[in-house]
Write a protein that binds this ligand. Sequence first.
Ligand SMILES: NC(=O)c1ccc[n+]([C@@H]2O[C@H](COP(=O)([O-])OP(=O)(O)OC[C@H]3O[C@@H](n4cnc5c(N)ncnc54)[C@H](OP(=O)(O)O)[C@@H]3O)[C@@H](O)[C@H]2O)c1
Length: 217
Amino acid sequence: MKIAVLGATGQTGMNVVSQALDKGHSVKAIVRTPAKMTITHANLEVVEGNIFSAESLQEHFKDVDAVISTLGFSPFTRPVTGYLNATKAMVTALKSCEKKRLLLMHSWYTQPQSQSKAPFFIRWFLFTIIGSNLTNMYETEQYLESDECQDINYSVILPGGLSNAAVTNTPFLAKEDEYDIKGNGSRIARADVARYLIKTAEEDLHHRKVVSIALDA
Ligand SMILES: NC(=O)c1ccc[n+]([C@@H]2O[C@H](COP(=O)([O-])OP(=O)(O)OC[C@H]3O[C@@H](n4cnc5c(N)ncnc54)[C@H](OP(=O)(O)O)[C@@H]3O)[C@@H](O)[C@H]2O)c1
């Protein structure tokens, strides 16, 4: 496959790029600072693009089979708007492409009603910090469900707390339309999230779905 990656210079994005290349895919990393991309590979193309400009993205999306976004935005610049604004640009760009496959990385508990299920520490400490990110991620998920996006084959992958541990080969648990999932704890390595994003693209899973993931116990 040829996969475009947004957020490719980030912690999860780097894992997506390296694992996709290891699996024999071609990768187009769409970045704002090409010098930050430390991976070099014959099947990796690094291009400069504006994540908020459909015009800029359209040019880069036209020959790809899937777009994977692991974009992340600071919770300290509020309100957080980047997830929705970048997704709107990606959707507009994809509309003129033959393949309209979009995979996004969000987080457990984007749906407000699901947040009461979170453990005490997360509700009373973490949500006060990342609340605006979760709100904007959920706005994005609702936008993807709207009439405007009916032609977009999207999957939004929701992991729990991220770590920088090495990739595993542990099987995944995945539940569509759920905003958390009981697995082997609430933490998951960015490398394993990357592994699931690539698996979702390769196996064409979770059409037009939000899906919580965890490692199997
Ligand atoms: N921390 C957790 O426990 C946790 C749990 C679940 C989900 N998440 C979410 O998972 C996602 C990925 O996390 P991560 O730790 O891998 O993220 P990260 O390392 O912070 O990477 C974020 C990426 O987004 C890019 N980006 C941000 N603003 C941009 C802009 N205006 N233009 C172009 N690129 C931009 C960054 O580019 P540069 O490299 O150029 O800065 C970087 O590549 C985030 O949305 C995060 O909120 C986090």
